[in-house]
Design a protein around this ligand. Structure first.
Ligand code: NAD
Ligand code: IPM
Ligand code: MN
Length: 347
């Protein structure tokens, strides 16, 4: 049996980092006799230019039927201010596939503590998993555009909170057993529902997991002051977007951070958390690690191959500790030579 992976290079550095991840995934699959087949489809700004639609019907159909979807990144200055935005395609993709749980791990790799802008002893031992709700909240409420008055509605239902909280508690059981649920319950009604739903689920089914609650402003501060204290951070869509960019820098660069977006089944969407990085696009400067580690997550969560996932993660760790890397992590490699080095290390 061959696993079908829909491949969406997207815009800016998207095609560069996605090609890097594909090269590494193909090597890891060959080594373990796993048969994977990538199929390219237009998406994002590139699809707007070609078809006037960031998420054309043929791309949608392929995504719905795939075992997994791999995405580089979308967006860029060329499409800002236009009627249709590339980002709309990404939101529609996440919603079409029902991907309510976005896993965004951050780990300070051993020996690379000096990459962190934090003091070495604060950065040491950081190993976080942000579980971000991905298809609710402000991103998907009614929106009213306007230059005098505009609004974005934030809605959460108990069921939407419970299903993503379950993912966080299950993940914590396999890690250090701690969930910090982040909200703004001192102000927002949706946050009070969030807190209540998380607490009830915890009491009913997950009392073996340690749970605490933190307001998002305090969390933003504590992430910088004492990031190693946290294990799983569970939060709503917008807060998770912001906190995950912040957390990525603790490890050294946003270019290192991967993600997996999951729904009810095994099919998922895998993408680095960074954007299209227009400032470095087309220059072979992008750090491919976030994309490559997203490929490892694809093997783990959609292809049920922990071994292939670990082989990729070990190769990245070794390449980094050997001193390989792109400019954002003080290395002298380009995206391509860094990828070749990682590829050679896949066992
Ligand atoms: P960005 O993540 O693209 O870039 C922020 C900064 O990080 C830039 O200085 C960039 O050079 C750097 N950076 C990002 N990825 C890097 C990598 N792999 N290696 C080295 N450096 C890297 O964020 P932005 O500039 O705010 O957004 C640019 C565009 O990307 C916007 O259109 C935005 O909507 C879009 N975006 C898309 C996604 C996605 O596709 N998932 C995510 C975030 C932003
Ligand atoms: C991300 C991005 C997206 C988000 C944008 C491009 C819609 O910032 O994946 O983190 O806000 O979710
Ligand atoms: Mn983001």
């Amino acid at each position: 049996m061959s696993f079908e992976i829909v491949f969406l290079p997207g815009d800016g550095v998207g095609p560069e980092v996605a090609a890097a991840a594909r090269q590494v995934m193909e090597k890891a699959a060959r080594r373990r006799d796993i048969s994977i087949a990538f199929c390219d489809y237009p998406f994002g700004g590139a699809a707007i230019d070609q078809y006037g639609d960031p998420f054309p019907a043929a791309t949608k159909e392929a995504c719905v039927n795939a075992h997994a979807v791999f995405l580089g990144a979308v967006g860029g200055p060329g499409w800002e201010g236009g009627d249709i935005r590339p980002e709309t395609g990404l939101l529609e993709l996440r919603r079409t596939l029902g991907l309510f749980a976005n896993l965004r791990p951050t780990r300070v790799m051993p020996g690379l503590e000096n990459l962190s802008p934090l003091k070495t002893d604060s950065a040491a031992g950081v190993d976080l998993l942000i579980v971000r709700e991905l298809i609710g909240g402000l991103y998907f409420g009614d929106r009213e555009e306007g230059l005098e008055k505009a609004s974005d509605q934030c809605v959460y239902t108990r069921n939407e909170v419970v299903r993503v909280a379950r993912v966080a508690f299950d993940a914590a059981r396999l890690r250090k057993g701690r969930v910090t649920s982040v909200d703004k319950a001192n102000v927002l009604a949706t946050s009070r529902l969030w807190r209540n739903a998380v607490m009830q689920l915890h009491q009913a089914e997950y009392s073996d997991v340690m749970l605490d609650h933190m307001l998002v402003d305090a969390m933003a501060m504590k992430l910088i002051r004492a990031p190693a204290e946290y294990d799983v951070i569970l939060t709503e869509n917008l807060f998770g977007d912001i906190l995950s960019d912040e957390a990525s820098v603790i490890a050294g660069s946003i270019g290192l951070a991967p993600s997996a977006s999951l729904g009810e089944g095994a099919a998922g969407l895998y993408e680095p958390i960074h954007g299209s990085a227009p400032d470095i696009a087309g220059k072979d400067k992008a750090n491919p690690v976030g994309a490559i580690l997203s490929g490892a997550m694809l093997f783990r969560h959609s292809l049920n191959s922990e071994e292939a996932a670990l082989s990729i993660e070990r190769a990245v760790d070794t390449a980094l500790s050997d001193g390989a890397g792109t400019a954002d992590i003080n290395g002298s490699d380009g995206c391509r030579s860094f990828t070749d080095k990682i590829c050679k290390l896949i066992e």
